[in-house]
Design a protein around this ligand. Structure first.
Ligand SMILES: [Zn+2]
Length: 105
């Protein structure tokens, strides 16, 4: 699978699809590496899992591009990762519907 990138707040985030034995994944399905603005996604996921995981990691990246990520993380504690998944899913719903919403005008 080819690599891609997404621009968030003027920062280019590389998206790399990597095999399970990649050290960065460490058993996870995805990883958001803030220092290099790189998102790693397990390349053997089913398409639906891949999309969910990519939205999850992009939500991490989006929050990193605000000044509030650490504050949110501290506030939510153990619920932080769940919050990221829920927010990622809501963002996905917005992405899927906003274009048709405008096109129907
Ligand atoms: Zn996460």
């Amino acid at each position: 699978m080819t690599d891609n990138s997404i621009i968030l707040n003027g920062i280019k985030w590389d998206i790399k699809f990597v095999p399970a034995n990649n050290d960065v994944l460490d058993g996870n399905r995805g990883f958001c590496y803030y220092r290099t603005s790189t998102i790693y996604i397990l390349d053997s996921l089913k398409p639906s899992e891949m999309i969910f995981t990519l939205f999850h990691e992009l939500t991490h990246a989006a929050l990193a591009e605000t000044d509030y990520d650490e504050e949110i993380k501290e506030g939510l504690g153990n619920n932080y990762e769940k919050f990221i998944s829920l927010l990622g899913s809501r963002i996905r719903e917005i992405c899927e519907q906003v274009e048709s919403c405008v096109n129907q005008q």
